[in-house]
Each structure stands twice: as C-alpha cells, then as structure tokens.
Design a protein around this ligand. Structure first.
Ligand code: E4P
Length: 217
C-alpha cells in the first residue's frame, strides 16, 4: 500500500519523507488555507515547493466547478511539475474533465467520493486515483471502511486500473484496516503514519537490551 501524506505543511512532509516511506502528497484548498497559503500565485508556488520535497505524486485540486474552468486550471497545474496529479471534484463536469485528462495521459485524482456509484463512474472516466473519504463517512455514522470493500470488489470484478486512495484517514486503525481491505493507497496526517511506529513493548524491550548490553561492557 502506498503512503501519501494529507497536508500542505512543509515540515510534516519533510518529516514523513525523511522516514523513507512516503509515496506522495495530497492537498486540498482547506489544507492550503490552514497553512496560510492564499492567492493563486502563492498556491501554485507552494505546489512547486512540495514537489521539490518529495519524489512521488502530488495531488493539486482545481477550484473551478465548470468543465472549461477545470480544464484550464488543470492544464495550468499539470504544467507546473511532472509530479502533479489533477484533483477533480465528483460532479458531472469533474467526471468529464477526468475523462479529458485521462485521454491525454495526465494523472487524475477524483475527490469527494462517498458512494460505490461515484467510485464506479470515476473508474469509468479513467481516474488514476479515486478518493473515498473514510473519516467523513465515519463522522456521520456510516461505515467508511465498507465503501473501501465495495470499491475493491467492483474494481477487481472488471479489472479497473484506478487506484483506491483511501482519504480522510484520521488514525492508525484506519491505515491498518485499509491495508487489510486492499486499498492501493492511503492518505492521512503525519500522526497516522508515525503512530504506526509506536508500541510500549518495543520501547521497554529496547530499554532492556541497552541496559543488559551496559552490564557486559
Ligand atoms: C483527501 O484528499 C482530502 O484532502 C482529505 O483526506 C480530507 O480529509 P478530512 O476529512 O480529514 O478533511
């Protein structure tokens, strides 16, 4: 399973990259705003900085909600850097734009996926990545993991090449359950990655090993 980090925070991205397990980055307008990155020029410049920090795919979201606007913004984003993936919302014009970019060989990420039907449409439009929002489904008492299972079944039934990008991942259990269900990718905050490191028996075991080594030296 690929690990993406879901943030526009350069320090968090650098920390995950330094761990050696990072495969890419996802961002969205809210994450940009959280870092105080506003205005088209600053946002584009920030995407370049992110691409310089990591080796993998970097999802950059269009703001337009009409087909022509999405194509124009998507082409501008794609021209920024070869690592950019165009992130498009799951609305009719987003599906059309996805097909346009897929046909041109430009990578896409269909975002705001909340149902198996939406996921099926995104795959038919040739999306590279399809992002079901696990945490937001859980937030409304709907089992987000069930959507991952449904998508895995549907994509495998027909050999769709789209990768399931489990998004809105909030914690380590989300990551582990996504891996069990065969999600291709997960994207979450730094804590969802570094949290996987932690186990008290590792810490106490290491402390004991070091103490015993000192006894013999
Ligand atoms: C996906 O690409 C989104 O950026 C993100 O995962 C949304 O997460 P949230 O529901 O925690 O805001």
């Amino acid at each position: 399973m690929k690990f993406f980090i879901d943030t526009a925070n350069l320090n968090d991205i650098a920390e995950a990259e330094a761990l050696g397990v990072l495969d890419g980055v996802t961002t969205n307008p809210s994450l940009m705003a959280k870092e105080g990155i506003t205005g088209a020029a600053n946002i584009l410049n920030h995407y370049k900085k992110i691409c310089d920090l990591v080796a993998g795919d970097v999802s950059a979201e269009v703001i337009a909600t009409d087909y022509a606007g999405m194509i124009q913004q998507g082409e501008e984003l794609a021209a920024l850097h070869s690592q950019i993936v165009i992130k498009l919302p799951m609305i009719a014009d987003g599906v059309k734009a996805c097909k346009y970019f897929s046909d041109k060989g430009i990578k896409t990420n269909m975002t705001l996926i909340f149902s198996a039907g939406q996921a099926l449409l995104a795959a038919k439009a040739g999306a590279t990545y399809v992002s079901p929002f696990l945490g937001r489904l859980d937030d409304i008492s709907t089992d987000g993991l069930n959507l991952i299972s449904e998508m895995r079944l549907i994509y495998d039934n027909y050999g769709f090449k789209s990768q399931i990008l489990a998004a809105s991942v909030r914690n380590t259990m989300h990551v582990i359950n996504c891996a069990k269900l065969g999600s291709d990718v997960m994207t979450g905050p730094l804590s969802s990655i570094t949290g996987l490191l932690k186990h008290p028996l590792t810490d106490s075991g290491l402390a004991q090993f070091l103490e015993d080594y000192k006894k013999g030296n």
